[in-house]
Design a protein around this ligand. Structure first.
Ligand code: GAR
Length: 196
């Protein structure tokens, strides 16, 4: 069984969309894959409730108790690797996980570490993507699913969705429009990696 481990920091709506797609589209029988665990760096992350209610293993690893990024990432890898199997390497899915990862961590999971970012990369890496898109006068915005490399919000693009920027949009209304598309493309991109 190929295990998918999802990392979150907040509401976890992308995580929930992936869990629902896995169930709806029967990833277990089609791909021999399952969402095995959800890990949050914040105990208050709303997504942990959904994960627990849906029978998933949950873990909280508070980054604030670690002295360095390296120490946090090593502990994180220790949890993830419980779900790693030699013949079926774990897939690590960042879903609103708001931590910068060390090169050591990224290399360890190279080729099986995915992220979703709420902009049309390579435009607007980093934070406040929607406000920055509005400030720049963009007429379209969107989201990107990509393989994670050591450079922040960079790496081979697996999927993108484009939405219009509408008159009167605020960062919040634009974010909501983009998020709806995130929930569509992230499960699709993962399924595309898991099988034909
Ligand atoms: C999503 O919009 C995701 O693209 C973004 O955080 C939100 C998390 O929502 N991620 C980043 O900004 C990563 N740099 P969710 O917790 O409801 O999935």
């Amino acid at each position: 069984m190929k295990n998918i481990v999802i990392l979150i920091s907040g509401g976890g709506s992308n995580m929930a969309a992936i869990v629902k797609a896995a169930r709806r589209d029967n990833w277990q029988d089609r791909f021999g894959a399952r969402v095995a665990a959800v890990i949050s760096n914040r105990a208050s992350a709303g997504g942990l409730i959904f994960a627990a209610e849906n029978g998933l293993a949950t873990e909280v690893l508070d980054h604030k108790v670690f002295d360095s990024r390296e120490a946090f990432d090593a502990a994180l890898a220790g949890i993830i690797d419980r779900f790693d199997e030699p013949a079926q390497p774990v897939l690590v899915v960042l879903a609103g996980f708001m931590r910068i990862l060390t090169p050591g961590f990224v290399n360890r999971y190279a080729g099986r570490l995915l992220n979703i970012h709420p902009s049309l990369l390579p435009a607007f890496p980093g934070l406040h993507t929607h406000q920055r898109a509005l400030d720049a006068g963009c007429q379209v915005a969107g989201a990107t699913v990509h393989q994670v490399t050591a450079e922040l919000d960079y790496g081979p693009i697996l999927a993108q969705a484009v939405v219009p920027v509408l008159p009167g949009d605020s960062a919040n209304t634009l974010a909501a429009r983009v998020l709806t598309q995130e929930h569509r493309i992230y499960p699709q991109a993962i399924a595309g990696l898991l099988g034909p």
